[in-house]
Design a protein around this ligand. Structure first.
Ligand code: NAD
Length: 276
C-alpha cells in the first residue's frame, strides 16, 4: 500500500510516513536506507550531525529510484548557525548526499540564547529561492520561536519537526502549526520504542486490531495529520512500520491513546538546549 502525501504550504508533496536515520552509523545507514527504499519508503530524514548523509546518499543512488520520487530531508547543525555558515553547511550536506537539491532543509534547534535563528533562516530562504531546497522549515521550535520567525522573515516554514508521541502529544504546538499552515512532523514517533510500546493500552489496542503496538502508534500519528519518521535497523520492523494503511483507529481508540499523555519529554527542552 502506497504512502499518502501531505501537501506543504508551498504546494510540495511530502510523504506522510518517512524513515529516520538518527543513531545509525554511516556504513550501516546505506544498508538500512536501502532496506527502507525496498520496503516502499520514499522519504528519508537525516541531518548533518547524524554523520550518515554520505551513507544515505549512497543508498539513494544505488536504489535507481528516480530523484523526483524521493523526498530527502536534512538539517543544519547548531555549530553552523548564522547566514554565511549556513550556506556553507548546506553545500557540504548536499555534497555528502550526492544530490543537486534537498526536498526539505531544516534548522535543527532554535538555540534561543544565541539569537541566531532569524539570520540562519534567512540563509534557508536564499537556498529556497535558488531552488536548492524544495521546501524549508525548522525543528524543535517552540510557538514563541515560530511567532518571531513569522514576524521577521517572509517564507512561512513548511514544517516544524518536533518530539511527538502519545506520551508527549504536543497539543499546543499542533494548534499553532495548524493556524499557520505548518505541517507537524513527529520525531521519536514511537517514543524511541522504550516504555511506550509496552504500555497496556497499546497492547490492548494492538490485540483489538490484530496489529503491533508500533503500528497502532503510527496509525495515531497519521490520523492526527502528523508526518511521522520512525527509525529501525531491523528489516522486519522497517516493513512493519510502513504497513499501517490497512486499518483505522476509532474514536474510542483515540480517546484511550489520549490517556497516555504524561507531559514529559524524552529529549531536551528547546528553550534551553544549547550544544554544538
Ligand atoms: P523512534 O520513536 O522512531 O524509535 C526508534 C526505536 O524504536 C528503534 O531504535 C527501536 O528500538 C524501536 N522500534 C522501531 N520500530 C519498532 C517496532 N516496529 N517494534 C518495536 N520497536 C521498534 O525514535 P527516534 O529514532 O528517536 O526518532 C525517529 C527519527 O526522528 C530519528 O531517526 C530522526 O530521523 C528523527 N529525530 C529528530 C530529532 C530532531 O531533533 N529533529 C530528534 C530525534 C529524532
Amino acid at each position: 500500500s502506497k504512502v499518502p502525501s501531505i501537501t506543504l504550504n508551498n504546494g510540495i508533496e511530502m510523504p506522510q510516513l518517512g524513515f529516520g536515520v538518527w543513531q545509525i552509523e554511516d556504513d550501516q545507514a546505506s544498508t538500512a536506507v536501502g532496506q527502507a527504499l525496498e520496503a516502499g519508503y520514499r522519504s528519508i530524514d537525516t541531518a548533518a550531525i547524524y554523520g550518515n548523509e554520505a551513507g544515505t546518499g549512497k543508498a539513494l543512488a544505488a536504489s535507481g529510484i528516480a530523484r523526483d520520487e524521493l523526498f530527502v530531508t536534512t538539517k543544519l547543525w547548531n555549530s553552523d548557525q548564522g547566514y554565511d555558515a549556513t550556506l556553507r553547511a548546506f553545500d557540504t550536506s548536499l555534497g555528502k548526499l550526492g544530490l543537486e537539491y534537498a526536498d526539505l532543509y531544516l534548522i535543527h534547534w532554535p538555540l534561543p540564547s544565541r539569537d541566531t535563528y532569524v539570520d540562519t533562516y534567512k540563509a534557508l530562504e536564499k537556498i529556497y529561492a535558488d531552488g536548492r531546497a524544495k521546501a524549508i522549515g525548522v525543528s524543535n521550535f517552540l510557538p514563541g520561536h515560530l511567532e518571531r520567525l513569522l514576524g521577521e522573515t517572509s517564507v512561512v516554514p513548511a514544517v516544524n519537526q518536533i518530539e511527538l508521541h502519545p506520551q508527549f502529544p504536543q497539543a499546543e504546538s499542533r494548534a499553532v502549526h495548524a493556524r499557520h499552515n505548518i505541517v507537524t512532523e513527529a520525531w521519536s514517533p514511537l517514543g524511541q520504542g522504550k516504555g511506550l510500546l509496552e504500555h497496556p493500552t497499546l497492547t490492548e489496542l494492538a490485540a483489538k486490531h490484530g496489529r503491533t503496538p508500533a503500528q497502532v502508534v503510527l496509525r495515531w500519528h497519521l490520523q492526527l495529520g502528523n508526518v511521522a519518521i520512525p527509525k529501525s535497523v531491523t528489516p522486519s520492523r522497517i516493513a512493519e512500520n510502513i504497513d499501517v494503511f490497512g486499518f483505522e483507529l476509532d474514536d474510542a481508540d483515540l480517546a484511550a491513546l489520549a490517556g497516555l499523555d504524561s507531559g514529559t519529554r524524552l529529549g531536551p527542552d528547546p528553550a534551553t538546549f544549547d550544544v554544538g
